[in-house]
Ligand binder design. Structure first.
Ligand code: PLP
Length: 407
């Protein structure tokens, strides 16, 4: 498919509005992406025509809903190159996917004085579940340091590895800096000491081609809402042999084979980890989002977003008082920055008044901000529907704001 930006933009109704009398420039895509009409239609269609509970129905609607639901599982399998659809578990989001692994794999396989390795640039959702687990088990959390430009110091990671390392849980691409981590190398090294690896793919899956078999990660966690899909839906990929060894997450309907008051036997994967009625409508809607991405193709998306990022770096880079944060050479389309002498929150408010939506603050990475000696940053993050003229509006706004303080 050829890349027609106007056609792409026309598929996103929310983009075509004004805020404070100015055209909306939505640059908060690392927080959540907007949804194309096909996703909205798929959800509305489900509720209009197919609404039913799944997997246990003996009627036409239930069969249809089940089929559409399971079609998404297969689409996710293909999207990340998993070996089997059963290795795909639906959750509420990346956060719940990480918590699922901490509560099940963690409870069973991580014990006293074992070690979990994370990095300095983790999102809180890939820090706190491990802290909670380590506290409960008497295990230790080790943190890979980073350079000032926001890259993992690989040699320091190697030094942290030991036979006590049970899990390395690492962000694939940083939400605050955009850094793409060298995950393949890290996975190989972790496996050499017998540790499993979880990748937080919340920011990588929308930009990078992902093949979990090629990467050889044991788990991959991500959120549909950062992939042009609905909120309240996440994915946990796990290798079959690892998932099968793990105890269930929550107890309830669907995750059981047989229940008596004396003993319950559990269902097969993935159902063992999907207790209760799942988020059927959003799972079905997510397939439309994956089709949208696949039609454009990840390499095309990445190339276009790289161009936008490069253009933004160049445009904003020449502004007096502009301080980029996170300057790794390998990045997804995230531009974090500060304006000399200004609080990021004030910059964000001023940009908002110009119709430009960015994120400000610590971006749920407080330890990273502490490491960089910052209270926070302003973050502009680009998606496939953004344009160079939107970057121009951002740059113009930043230039005016910077001039106030940096005459
Ligand atoms: N990990 C990263 C890198 C993120 O950017 C986010 C969300 O911003 C999360 C985890 C948490 O995702 P969710 O809030 O969808 O569970």
């Amino acid at each position: 498919m050829s890349f027609d930006i106007e056609h792409i933009r026309s598929q996103f109704p929310v983009l075509h509005q004004e805020v404070y009398g100015k055209p909306l420039v939505y640059l908060d895509n690392a927080a959540t992406t907007q949804k194309p009409q096909v996703v909205l239609d798929a959800i509305a269609n489900y509720y209009t025509k197919d609404n039913s509970n799944i997997h246990r129905g003996a009627h036409a609607l239930a069969d249809r809903a089940t089929q559409y639901f399971e079609d998404t599982r297969k689409a996710v399998q293909q999207f990340i190159g998993a070996r089997e659809a059963e290795e795909i578990i639906f959750t509420k989001g990346t956060t719940e996917s990480v918590n699922l692994v901490a509560s099940t794999f963690g409870r069973k396989f991580i014990g006293k004085d074992d070690e979990v390795i994370i990095s300095t640039m983790e999102h809180h959702s890939n820090i706190v579940p491990w802290q909670m687990l380590c506290e409960e088990k008497g295990a230790h959390l080790k943190v890979i340091p980073i350079t000032d430009s926001g890259e993992i110091i690989y040699e320091e990671f190697e030094k942290l590895l030991s036979p006590r390392t049970k899990l390395v849980s690492l962000v694939h691409a940083s939400n605050s800096l955009g850094t793409i981590n060298p995950v393949k190398q890290i996975i190989q090294a972790a496996h050499s000491v017998g540790a499993k690896v979880l990748l937080d793919g919340a920011q990588s899956t929308s930009h990078l081609e992902i093949d979990v078999q090629e990467l050889d990660c044991d788990f991959l966690a991500f959120s549909a809402h950062k992939l042009y899909g609905p909120t309240g839906l996440g994915i946990l990929y796990g290798k079959r042999e690892v998932l099968e060894e793990m105890p269930p997450f929550q107890g309830g309907g669907e995750m059981i084979k047989e229940v008596t008051f004396e003993k319950t036997t559990y269902n097969e994967i993935p159902f063992k980890f999907e207790a209760g009625t799942p988020n059927i409508a959003d799972v079905i809607g997510f397939k439309a989002a994956l089709d949208f991405i696949q039609q454009l193709g990840k390499p095309t998306i990445k190339k276009y977003e790289d161009e936008l990022l490069h253009y933004a770096k160049t445009s904003l880079g020449s502004i007096k008082g502009f301080i980029p944060v996170g300057t790794a050479p390998e990045k997804v389309s995230v531009l974090s920055f500060n304006i000399d002498q200004m609080h990021p929150f004030d910059v964000g408010m001023m940009l908002d008044s110009k119709g430009v939506a960015v994120r400000t603050g610590h971006h749920c990475t407080q330890p990273l901000m502490k490491r960089l000696g910052l209270e926070g940053t302003v973050r502009a993050s680009f998606a496939v529907y953004n344009t160079k003229s939107e970057v121009d509006i951002l740059a113009e706004g930043v230039e005016k704001i910077a001039r106030i303080k940096n005459k």
